[in-house]
Write a protein of this length. Sequence first.
Length: 74
Amino acid sequence: SDRHVFDEFTRFVSVHATGGVLNLGIYSLVMFLAENADLTRFWDAVMPLLGVWLGGVVGMCFNFFMSRRLVFDE
């Protein structure tokens, strides 16, 4: 494409950094909600895994769709 490599790299890093922030934000939100809820021991143990899973799914989907649209659009 006509885009310079540095411009594409900057877009790539920006999109993936935002996806990482979303990942961390979703995880933190799940953990915050879990701490303030009256959960059983089972759900108290499962919530960190659920937070990692939800954060990962949201972050990966954001990275995929935004990279396709903003970084690798041709």
